[in-house]
Design a protein around this ligand. Sequence first.
Ligand code: THU
Length: 126
Amino acid sequence: MATNEELRAVAAAMQRKAYAPYSRFAVGAAVVAGNGKVYGGCNVENASYGLTVCAERNAIAAAIADGQRELHKLAVVGPIPEVTPCGACRQVMAEFGICEVLLGTGENTREVMLADLLPAAFTKDV
Ligand code: THU
């Protein structure tokens, strides 16, 4: 299983690939799947702003596209340490059982539970 540092390193590498010409707010994410592999994603913006997809959902999509259905931990790296996943990404994380989320970098690093970011989530098990 990847360490937190390895997960954050992949998220940071993904941040450098972000396509964010409109917001200039580059975000990277990385998620560990049940097979132990780490999948990354970055935000991909569009001239039609509402079509933007966040880094977290693109990382999750990469894991799903590789056949994974159970995801464990997701790391997010953004331009400011306060970046936390948006509501849509929190809901998608809940769908695939992600429990822990790594936020920030360096001394601002913190590990939070998805249940605290999205209490009383609506899921297929409700
Ligand atoms: N964004 C992410 O990719 N993940 C987050 O956790 C917060 C926001 C992106 C969406 C948009 O491309 C840019 O950051 C500004 O909102």
